[in-house]
Design a protein. Sequence first.
Length: 475
Amino acid sequence: MDDNQHSFLSFVKVAVQRFREWDTGPIRLISHIDADGISACSLMIKTLNLQNRKYSLSIVQNVSSDFLEKICKEDYGSYIFTDIGSGHIRLISSLFSGKNVLILDHHKTEEVTLSKNIIHVNPTLFGIDGGREVSGAGVVYLFCKEIDEKLKGMAHIALIGALGDVQEENGFLALNNSILVDAVDQGTIRVIRGLRIFGAQTRPLHKILEYSTDPYIPGVTGNESAAIQFLQQVGITPRVGNSWKKIVHLTSEEIKNLIEGIIMKRMGEENPDDVLGNVYLLPHEEKESPFRDAKEFATLLNATGRMQKASLGIGACLGDSKNKQLAMRALIAYKKEIIGALTWFEKGKNPDQIERGKGYLIINAAGYVNYAIIGTIASILSKSEKSKNISYILSLAHMDERLSKVSLRKTNPRSSEDLREIMKELIDGLEGCEAGGHKQAAGGIVPLKWENEIIARAHLILGKKTMEERIDFLE
Ligand code: C5P
Ligand code: ZN
């Protein structure tokens, strides 16, 4: 463990001592709506339950000043923010004077605060990379484990949060890795070397090959019949009885042949054997369920949040079987929405809603796409064949008759551009807009009346950025 981690963990100990001095009245809990935020608040809820503490919970996309002003007036003495709050530390400090506040977050922040009433725990203040080394759920886990050792039994949930925030790159780093050690120790995670392809537990084999964009399989990705043919070529019958085979149905010999086959197809690519990687299995979860593979679990949590059913995701993290069933339904509904939206995009029925600039794409979906998944659509397209000559995707959809949801994505995860900064420029000075995010993904909520202005700015800003990239490339 390096010095930064050491000082952070010592600080966590001090913070826990402070927290123990709080009165035992009811707590107002606020968490972020994505997979990491849902995992984070599940860990906190488990801890509060163990302590017999009462709480009420809000799951939010972001903490606007209106929201903070509203909740600080509520009749609570204590507030806990998980995976959110660090970006507003100054405002929170000024609004919540006289209240107890605990913030457990890993997003960018302005300053350390350990004042009389505010406990601010954020690893980035200790030189730790909050984008890769630890997630919001990880911070909550480290804090809660200090309160009650029993939390070790939920280390896997902290890793699901990290996976949701895309912090795994063929292994976990630093604090995330120490959490993985806990989970493996507890037997709640088993790490195996396997095919690094999403959906191994739940999706038909030919489908995961067809949809595999990372790793990309030339001649197979994006083509269902080619995927079936490829399976036959490597000696795998795509069906068992009347149903399609999944990876879990393959013998080890078949898996070996499949992996070799994929590597052969990828011979012309930069790293042909980039198909092998760590797979994180939850041995206590049912095979072929979306809970068995930690990455699929994270996707399910995201789905519950996007479908406004985060409480089902929390129930699933806490192991409640009824909630798990319902969460799976939310996942199905979420997938249906996505398929509907992608079909709308493909068919191009409303061509004036889709604008292609040189190197960027603007999807102004208005009321044609559910705003809750407009970010997911931008993410999917950014990883697909369809964005071959595109660097940025901006998508918008109406939330109601007043507001619009905006999302921004880039197609090259290695580019150093910070989408949060670009998003800030897009809404700079426009009244009533709010936005946030990070390097890889940014989003916001804006009044409908600014949609055209934001799109016009996007043409300028994204046009200029892609032009610069092309020039860099020529040099
Ligand atoms: O919603 P979307 O997937 O586009 O969000 C991408 C990122 O932007 C997320 O990290 C999210 O928290 C952030 N965001 C935000 N405020 C919003 C919407 C999104 O900070 N109103
Ligand atoms: Zn997070």
